[in-house]
Design a protein around this ligand. Structure first.
Ligand SMILES: [Zn+2]
Length: 510
């Protein structure tokens, strides 16, 4: 999956902890800078910078993961190869405690031989891809196609009577920016739910990308099948069909979507460490998700950031930098299907989460890393400024207090763990997002190299900070923030609210 900017994607307010009854005394105390480690830390950082600039290993990793292994959907052979590759890469980088942690997945899903043909008023094949977690249409059926409108709230419900037993064709807007992706995702989720209530046979979405480009993502993150089958159709085919419908033609189609659906299984997270020297039980988590969708080779999403995380680890080891706290590097599995890798992580390490001083997640393509989102915790911004003084090639960091969700970082935000989400330039990202065209030719190695130095500086700076980068918030503080920022209804919309507090997605008591 990836992420949605809160206020764009789901009409939320900018989510911050600003006006909460926050333990300010503690914050003032924590803001005391540490200068003690000054000289040796900056010498270590220069050595890390030199090591990062040798991009030989980084380039080899990108080629191995994107071209050699290719698509890595959870539960597939590609993902199993990628997991073993990730383990080997950490070992070769000289990390310790390299291991797999099991990640339970709720159900298997793979596309079969999707086939959609127009059979009336003329005959032509429609280029299409099944939505992930769509139920199957195992044998071909014939149905009438109707105009499903733009897919935003009410656009299907309003004409429910004319949609029953038919297939609405929903025209989502073409994406022209990264933020548009969030709207696409929200509207597709809405359309599916309204189509289900209207008794539609299936839903077809006009691709939001031009030039017959197809892509895949989920329409729910609750780890269940949708109730109505759906597919994306090439924008050019979809627009032709809408013109026919708007000219008054009766359009009939034949659909076959033999998606392969199965029971629970396990994938894994790859975990590796550089043990801390003084405060080894405190953890700075540095992560990216390893799984991808199956249509392209998942290079911007998210091989570029997997390679970045490995390169950060390799460079810190090569430079001989010895962090005060333990740096734990994690390649998450199962993110695209519903953040299952990070959910399994917080389950497994629940008793250690108070000792996580930061969780850093990279999942925004291969563009330059221009700053970090602090997940609503404005108080972390000055601490970031302390750590990242050198603005690097971007000229100026653009940190933001805004919280992003629909990536693994939000799992840690909900746990009250200080969370950083790497904000990257997305100008080359949104068009190929989750599509067939997310391939290695879109990645500029120099961007990843520059970003890796920012990421290494941030992670090492947090690991070496005299005092903790941030305290863990308790459940009440997180809950207050969710309410005040107006996020509860978004979590309800995403069907994760009910499961958040008592079980896997949230904090157990306290
Ligand atoms: Zn991603």
């Amino acid at each position: 999956m990836a992420f949605s900017l809160l206020q764009h994607g789901f009409h939320g307010a900018c989510a911050t902890f600003d006006s909460l009854s926050f333990p300010r005394v503690a914050i003032v105390f924590l803001l005391a800078c540490d200068v003690a480690a000054g000289t040796s830390a900056s010498a270590a950082l220069s050595r890390v910078r030199e090591a990062v600039q040798d991009s030989t290993g980084l380039e080899a990793d990108l080629r191995a993961l994107c071209d050699g292994i290719g698509p890595r959907m959870a539960g597939t052979k590609g993902m199993r190869r990628a997991l073993e590759w990730g383990r080997q890469s950490f070992l070769e980088a000289g990390l310790s405690n390299v291991r797999f942690d099991a990640v339970p997945m709720p159900m298997r899903w793979e596309e079969g031989a999707t086939r959609i043909d127009v059979i009336e008023p003329t005959v032509f094949p429609v280029r299409a891809a099944a939505s992930a977690l769509s139920p199957a249409i195992p044998r071909a059926i014939e149905a009438e196609l109707v105009d499903g409108g733009p897919g935003n709230q009410g656009s299907i419900s309003r004409k429910a009577a004319s949609i029953r037993g038919k297939v609405p064709l929903v025209k989502l807007d073409e994406v022209r920016s990264f933020d548009d992706l969030a709207i696409e995702q929200r509207d597709a989720m809405l359309a599916i739910r309204e189509a289900e209530q209207a008794g539609a046979v299936a839903v077809l979405f006009v691709s939001t990308r031009p030039h017959r480009l197809l892509y895949r993502h989920v329409n729910n993150i609750a780890g269940r099948l949708d109730k109505v089958p759906s597919a994306i159709v090439a924008r050019e085919d979809g627009l032709r069909l809408l013109r026919l419908l708007r000219d008054g033609a009766r359009v009939r189609i034949r659909l076959e979507m033999p998606n392969r659906i199965g029971g629970p299984y396990e994938t894994a997270n790859v975990v590796a460490e550089i043990p801390g020297q003084d405060l080894a039980n405190e953890v700075v988590l540095v992560s990216a998700h390893l799984d991808s969708w199956d249509m392209g080779t998942g290079c911007l999403d998210n091989a570029a950031n997997v390679a970045l995380v490995i390169h950060v680890a390799r460079s810190i080891r090569a430079a001989g930098a010895l962090p005060k706290r333990t740096m734990r590097f994690v390649l998450f599995g199962g993110e695209e299907l519903g953040l299952f890798g990070s959910l399994a992580y917080v389950d497994r390490y629940r008793s250690e989460l108070d000792l996580h001083v930061a969780a850093i997640v990279h999942d925004m393509g291969g563009g330059p890393l221009v700053g970090y989102s602090v997940g609503g915790r404005e108080q972390l911004l000055p601490r970031l400024d302390e750590i990242l003084e050198d603005p690097g090639p971007s000229g100026e960091y653009r940190h933001t207090r805004e919280a992003f969700f629909l990536s693994d970082n939000f799992t840690f935000v909900l746990q009250g763990i200080p969370s950083l989400f790497a904000v990257q330039d997305t100008s080359g990202f949104f068009l190929t997002y989750h599509s067939e065209a997310d391939t290695l030719d879109k990645v500029q190695v120099s961007n990843v190299t520059d970003s890796a130095f920012v990421a290494a500086s941030a992670a090492l700076g947090i690991a070496n900070r005299q005092s903790r980068f941030g305290e863990r918030l308790n459940e009440r503080q997180v809950l207050n923030w969710l309410h005040r920022a107006g996020l509860v209804r978004h979590l309800r919309f995403l069907e994760v609210w009910d499961s958040w507090r008592p079980t896997a997605r949230g904090r157990a008591g306290r």
